[in-house]
Design a protein around this ligand. Structure first.
Ligand code: FES
Ligand code: FES
Length: 160
Protein backbone atom coordinates (compact mmCIF):
# COMPACT_ATOMS: atom_id res chain seq x y z
CA UNK A 1 0.00 0.00 0.00
CA UNK A 2 1.11 3.53 -0.76
CA UNK A 3 0.21 6.71 1.07
CA UNK A 4 -1.42 9.37 -1.05
CA UNK A 5 -2.19 12.94 -0.21
CA UNK A 6 -4.24 15.21 -2.41
CA UNK A 7 -6.71 18.05 -2.29
CA UNK A 8 -10.19 17.04 -3.33
CA UNK A 9 -12.84 19.72 -3.77
CA UNK A 10 -10.71 22.06 -1.71
CA UNK A 11 -10.26 19.66 1.21
CA UNK A 12 -6.98 17.91 2.03
CA UNK A 13 -7.35 14.12 1.99
CA UNK A 14 -5.05 11.29 2.95
CA UNK A 15 -5.36 7.72 1.86
CA UNK A 16 -3.65 4.40 1.38
CA UNK A 17 -3.94 2.77 -2.01
CA UNK A 18 -2.65 -0.23 -3.86
CA UNK A 19 -0.57 0.44 -6.92
CA UNK A 20 -3.44 -0.77 -9.10
CA UNK A 21 -6.11 1.42 -7.47
CA UNK A 22 -7.67 3.72 -10.04
CA UNK A 23 -8.37 7.33 -9.15
CA UNK A 24 -12.07 6.76 -9.82
CA UNK A 25 -12.15 3.92 -7.30
CA UNK A 26 -10.29 5.96 -4.72
CA UNK A 27 -12.81 8.78 -5.14
CA UNK A 28 -15.88 6.56 -5.08
CA UNK A 29 -14.90 3.88 -2.58
CA UNK A 30 -12.46 5.53 -0.20
CA UNK A 31 -13.81 9.09 -0.28
CA UNK A 32 -17.47 8.12 -0.93
CA UNK A 33 -17.69 10.71 -3.70
CA UNK A 34 -20.07 8.64 -5.78
CA UNK A 35 -21.09 11.44 -8.11
CA UNK A 36 -18.18 10.38 -10.32
CA UNK A 37 -19.58 7.43 -12.24
CA UNK A 38 -18.11 4.37 -13.92
CA UNK A 39 -19.80 3.64 -17.20
CA UNK A 40 -17.26 1.54 -19.02
CA UNK A 41 -13.89 1.28 -17.25
CA UNK A 42 -12.32 1.27 -20.72
CA UNK A 43 -11.84 5.06 -21.08
CA UNK A 44 -14.63 5.54 -23.59
CA UNK A 45 -17.72 6.94 -21.87
CA UNK A 46 -16.49 9.95 -19.90
CA UNK A 47 -18.83 9.32 -16.95
CA UNK A 48 -15.78 9.29 -14.67
CA UNK A 49 -14.43 12.65 -15.80
CA UNK A 50 -12.90 14.87 -13.09
CA UNK A 51 -10.45 17.74 -13.08
CA UNK A 52 -6.87 17.08 -11.99
CA UNK A 53 -4.82 20.24 -11.56
CA UNK A 54 -7.45 21.98 -13.67
CA UNK A 55 -7.34 19.55 -16.60
CA UNK A 56 -10.16 17.23 -17.62
CA UNK A 57 -9.13 13.65 -16.87
CA UNK A 58 -11.02 10.38 -17.13
CA UNK A 59 -10.51 9.05 -13.62
CA UNK A 60 -10.58 5.43 -14.82
CA UNK A 61 -7.43 6.12 -16.83
CA UNK A 62 -5.30 7.27 -13.92
CA UNK A 63 -3.96 5.46 -10.89
CA UNK A 64 -4.72 7.08 -7.57
CA UNK A 65 -1.03 7.29 -6.70
CA UNK A 66 -0.49 9.34 -9.86
CA UNK A 67 -2.73 12.02 -8.37
CA UNK A 68 -0.55 12.28 -5.27
CA UNK A 69 -0.13 15.97 -4.47
CA UNK A 70 -2.73 17.02 -7.04
CA UNK A 71 -5.77 19.27 -6.82
CA UNK A 72 -8.77 17.18 -7.81
CA UNK A 73 -12.27 18.47 -8.45
CA UNK A 74 -15.27 16.18 -8.78
CA UNK A 75 -18.90 16.95 -9.51
CA UNK A 76 -19.45 17.34 -5.75
CA UNK A 77 -17.14 20.34 -5.89
CA UNK A 78 -19.02 22.09 -8.67
CA UNK A 79 -21.88 23.62 -6.70
CA UNK A 80 -21.67 27.20 -5.52
CA UNK A 81 -20.40 27.79 -1.95
CA UNK A 82 -24.00 28.21 -0.73
CA UNK A 83 -24.92 24.79 -2.16
CA UNK A 84 -26.88 26.11 -5.11
CA UNK A 85 -26.26 24.76 -8.59
CA UNK A 86 -23.42 26.19 -10.62
CA UNK A 87 -24.19 28.06 -13.84
CA UNK A 88 -23.47 24.94 -15.89
CA UNK A 89 -25.52 22.64 -13.67
CA UNK A 90 -28.43 25.10 -13.73
CA UNK A 91 -28.25 25.27 -17.53
CA UNK A 92 -28.47 21.46 -17.74
CA UNK A 93 -31.59 21.62 -15.58
CA UNK A 94 -33.13 24.55 -17.46
CA UNK A 95 -32.54 23.03 -20.90
CA UNK A 96 -33.31 19.41 -20.04
CA UNK A 97 -29.76 18.34 -20.72
CA UNK A 98 -30.27 15.03 -18.95
CA UNK A 99 -32.63 12.13 -18.63
CA UNK A 100 -31.32 9.31 -16.42
CA UNK A 101 -28.42 11.52 -15.32
CA UNK A 102 -25.78 8.83 -15.40
CA UNK A 103 -23.54 10.68 -17.85
CA UNK A 104 -24.31 14.11 -16.40
CA UNK A 105 -21.44 14.49 -13.91
CA UNK A 106 -18.96 13.78 -16.67
CA UNK A 107 -20.79 16.07 -19.07
CA UNK A 108 -20.77 18.91 -16.54
CA UNK A 109 -17.08 18.43 -15.80
CA UNK A 110 -16.29 18.36 -19.53
CA UNK A 111 -18.39 21.46 -20.10
CA UNK A 112 -16.58 23.29 -17.31
CA UNK A 113 -13.20 22.39 -18.82
CA UNK A 114 -14.35 23.51 -22.26
CA UNK A 115 -15.75 26.84 -21.07
CA UNK A 116 -12.55 27.53 -19.17
CA UNK A 117 -10.56 27.09 -22.40
CA UNK A 118 -13.16 28.57 -24.75
CA UNK A 119 -15.65 30.81 -22.98
CA UNK A 120 -17.91 31.24 -26.05
CA UNK A 121 -17.65 28.02 -28.05
CA UNK A 122 -19.47 27.40 -31.30
CA UNK A 123 -21.88 24.49 -31.47
CA UNK A 124 -19.31 22.59 -33.52
CA UNK A 125 -16.68 23.20 -30.84
CA UNK A 126 -19.01 21.91 -28.12
CA UNK A 127 -19.82 18.80 -30.14
CA UNK A 128 -16.14 18.15 -30.84
CA UNK A 129 -15.19 18.64 -27.18
CA UNK A 130 -17.81 16.13 -26.03
CA UNK A 131 -16.43 13.44 -28.30
CA UNK A 132 -15.20 11.54 -25.24
CA UNK A 133 -18.52 11.71 -23.37
CA UNK A 134 -21.23 9.22 -24.19
CA UNK A 135 -24.89 9.79 -23.32
CA UNK A 136 -27.08 6.77 -23.78
CA UNK A 137 -30.41 8.53 -23.50
CA UNK A 138 -30.60 12.28 -24.07
CA UNK A 139 -29.50 12.43 -27.69
CA UNK A 140 -27.04 15.28 -27.16
CA UNK A 141 -29.10 18.17 -28.57
CA UNK A 142 -30.18 19.48 -25.18
CA UNK A 143 -26.75 18.87 -23.69
CA UNK A 144 -25.22 21.05 -26.40
CA UNK A 145 -27.94 23.63 -25.87
CA UNK A 146 -27.31 23.68 -22.12
CA UNK A 147 -23.59 24.23 -22.59
CA UNK A 148 -24.16 26.98 -25.13
CA UNK A 149 -26.60 28.62 -22.70
CA UNK A 150 -24.13 28.28 -19.84
CA UNK A 151 -21.64 30.19 -21.97
CA UNK A 152 -24.10 33.08 -22.09
CA UNK A 153 -25.15 32.56 -25.70
CA UNK A 154 -28.73 32.86 -26.91
CA UNK A 155 -30.15 29.39 -27.52
CA UNK A 156 -33.78 30.43 -27.91
CA UNK A 157 -33.73 29.51 -31.60
CA UNK A 158 -31.99 26.18 -31.07
CA UNK A 159 -34.01 23.11 -31.92
CA UNK A 160 -34.46 20.75 -28.96
S1 FES B 1 -15.67 4.87 -16.77
FE1 FES B 1 -14.01 6.12 -17.36
S2 FES B 1 -14.40 6.58 -19.43
FE2 FES B 1 -16.01 5.24 -18.90
S1 FES C 1 -28.79 11.24 -19.44
FE1 FES C 1 -28.82 9.07 -19.39
S2 FES C 1 -26.86 8.52 -20.12
FE2 FES C 1 -26.95 10.64 -20.43
Amino acid sequence: MTDVKMTVNGQPVLGQVEGRTLLVDFLRTDLKLTGTHVGCDTSQCGACLVHVNGAAVKACTMFAFEADGAEVTTIEGMAEPDGSLSRIQQAFQDHHGLQCGFCTPGMVMSAAALLKETPKPTEAEVRAYLEGNICRCTGYHNIIKAIMAASGQDVSAAVA
